[in-house]
Design a protein around this ligand. Structure first.
Ligand code: SF4
Length: 323
């Protein structure tokens, strides 16, 4: 197997709200992402998946642990290495409207990172580069002089993707890139991301809460709960044989297109609310809602271990040979 492009080791992240209150957003999060791969990251709102994306790109510091992208330590890199890292690792945001400056033209929005990095000092060459980026994401070059409010949600996301591609990155964190879009547009954006990946050899971390779309786009999928990665496996393996009780519950909620199978689908309903990240449960963080919780689960946190080939789970049941 090749070397990972992104290597995340035991990162933890706490947000201090005030002297009494802290939010533990990530706990000992580890993940390796290989060149050309798409890893999906799923979980309920507030599970820490977007925080993970931002920590990985160095937008947030960590309490502990390290992130390497192309062997550069994201949180300690300086000078030219830092510039190279910014070029190599970019982000696509959930809300394309909020992430695009409403007072700038599309030309200026897409050209900005190229100007910051001094890559196209000649204005005409810069303009031609923006035109070619617009074409790559399926937009006409005539759009370059328009403003973000003149576009539909799907077109704005295409502009956000063009901007992310401007510096020719190797790795992109796509943070819920389709959640704000109409269902009819979501598939178009996913197909665009897949085409660009193929053409440019991109590596993606695809953060989402729509499990069906994540299955479609991802080679591997990680499931997060309250800042912990609880399961990680090849996409097909995870969807066909989920081992963690939380993953099993999430997947049981996905409707099945075949009405005969849908009639027989057994949903696993989780009891109770998602606990607050300001006051994490003891032991296994899922024990307050887990239908299979045992005494041991309340006292001892399970280790995240490989129980089947390339299939990692954090659950005491697996230690006992059950699931
Ligand atoms: Fe459920 Fe216990 Fe496994 Fe946690 S460790 S998922 S509480 S069975």
């Amino acid at each position: 197997m090749s070397e990972p492009l992104v290597s995340i080791k035991n990162i933890s992240k706490t947000f201090v709200l005030n002297q009494q209150q802290q939010v533990k957003a990530l706990s000992n999060f580890s993940l390796e992402i290989y060149p050309g791969e798409t890893v999906g990251l799923v979980g309920e709102s507030g599970c820490g998946k977007s925080t993970a994306g931002r920590v990985i790109l160095g937008l947030y510091n960590t309490d502990s642990g390290q992130v390497l992208i192309d062997k550069k330590n994201v949180h300690h890199v300086k000078g030219n290495d830092k510039k190279a890292l910014i070029r190599d690792a970019q982000m696509i945001f959930q809300d394309p409207y909020a992430s695009l400056n409403p007072r700038s033209t599309v030309l200026d929005i897409i050209a900005e990172p190229l100007e910051i990095h001094g890559l196209y000092p000649n204005r005409e060459a810069l303009r031609q580069k923006v035109y070619s980026l617009l074409e790559e994401v399926g937009l006409r070059k005539e759009y370059a002089n328009r403003y973000p409010h003149e576009f539909s949600g799907g077109q704005r996301q295409r502009i956000g993707i063009a901007r992310a591609l401007a510096l020719e990155p190797k790795f992109i964190v796509a943070d819920e890139p389709i959640s704000a879009l109409d269902v009819s547009i979501q598939a178009q954006i996913v197909l665009l991301l897949q085409r660009l990946q193929k053409e440019k050899g991109l590596t993606y971390l695809f953060i989402a809460h729509d499990l069906s779309m994540v299955k479609y786009i991802s080679d591997r999928v990680g499931v997060m709960y309250l800042g912990h990665l609880v399961e990680l496996a090849d996409s097909q393996e995870l969807y066909e044989q989920p081992l963690h009780p939380y993953t099993q519950a999430l997947l049981s909620a996905i409707p099945i297109a075949d009405p005969d199978i849908e009639d027989q689908r057994q949903r696993i309903l989780l009891e109770g609310e998602l606990p607050s990240a300001m006051n994490l449960p003891s032991g296994c963080v899922f024990h307050t809602r887990c239908p299979k919780a045992m005494d041991k689960c309340r006292q001892q946190a399970p280790q995240f271990k490989e129980y089947k080939l390339k299939h990692f789970v954090a659950c005491h049941l697996l230690e006992q040979g059950e699931s």
